[in-house]
Design a binder for this molecule. Sequence first.
Ligand code: GLN
Length: 483
Amino acid sequence: MALSSLTVHKAQDLLRQKEISPKEIVEDLVRRIEQVDGAVHGYLSFDPERALKDAEHADVSLPLGGIPISIKDVVSVQGHPCGCASKILQGYVAPFDATVIKKLRAAGAIPFGRTNMDEFAMGSSTENSAFGPTRNPWDPDRTPGGSSGGSSAVVAADEALAALGSDTGGSIRQPAALCGCVGIKPTYGRVSRYGLVAFASSLDQIGPLTKDVRDAAMIMNVISGVDPCDSTTLDEAVVDYTADLDKGVKNLTLGLPKEYFIEGLDPQVEEAVRAAVAWYEKLGAKIVDISLPHTEHALSTYYIIAPAEASANLARFDGVRYGFRADGITGLLDHYGKTREEGFGQEVKRRIILGTYALSSGYYDAYYLRAQKVRTLIRRDFDDAFAKVDAILCPTSPTPAFKLGERTNDPLQMYLADVFTLAANMAGICGISIPCGFAEVEGKKLPIGLQILGKTLNEATILQVANTYEQSTDWHRLKPPLR
Ligand code: GLN
């Protein structure tokens, strides 16, 4: 049996029955990576020796005992490179474990490998990686989505049992949708970001990408909770997210927002999502139409707030403290200028310039302050909706995976990839993407994602809704045509 294709919960069962060992899982992953990662390029690096050493001491009685989990290159793992797929962090090795990594280790998991991403998590296709794009395992000519495209691709290609990603505007859910896996963005403050390299601090969250919903719940159980090192974490009890998975949807009301079924939505995506909605109705849920009237402003608002915060967060990469430093420097300003010019890629520079402009005196009120006000309206839309419904159903991405290179010269087209995911970050609510079908494009099968949004700290409900669908469908079991 290929151990690399196991779900986390199946691997846990087999480990506890002593049918397999953590070492065998790591060895099988290494084999699989050697076999397919040349074509996928989901990993920037991995350290089999260290993973094997960790595997030898793994205690399989712990909640994730002996389970390797692949980590997006934006989360610090002590002694591993943490480069955010950027040249500017070349050679930088993380001196400490992020809180999520500490929690994973305490639960017996093995942090394994660094997954590719868009540089500093800015992008929707992994094409902004300084080390070349990741390819979609369903069609190597297409993107896996982004920015956590390395994480989604390695999970889909069975080069990982599960992975961590980060989601600022859709970077877990959109790649999960495009690669046919499960990805959850937790409520803002549910998971500590201590040790996550900051992109936009009022939006960023870490979350799992997995092969099924139960795995996502198991990892959420471990990584959630308050953290004295991250003052934005919420001091609320962590419920057992696996407890309600099988409760069904009979007593639930699910909302269908009309603003998410708009022009530009791919007809095959719409058809799959509407079929999923009909399926929920059959399973006993009550479906109601709702409206989130400020949705159309989410994209423009996000592209003020996220770059503004990024421009401040990325000021620290100056060639003095971390990683790369330019050669042939003549003075301090030249040092900053050359290092940042050579170290950052195009999209990161674009964001820094946009963000600096939006925050500059004279423009702050017109852009940043205004965007914050619109953000409040977006949050209120969701408050009103969740007064009537338990969760919201909509597409995760307006299209299936697009071709590599197709949008790289048109930032606006690229930004539109996240039109359905950004609002959840702006409102701070939780959301999950699960497979709900396939589009047939040019003779290839491309996964489609269903997004389920839930109110603040209601991860248990969206996991329950997601699991109910997954248990009665087979989409999540289909594997990409990789040899
Ligand atoms: N694609 C969006 C962006 O480029 C979201 C990225 C993210 O969630 N990290 O900003």
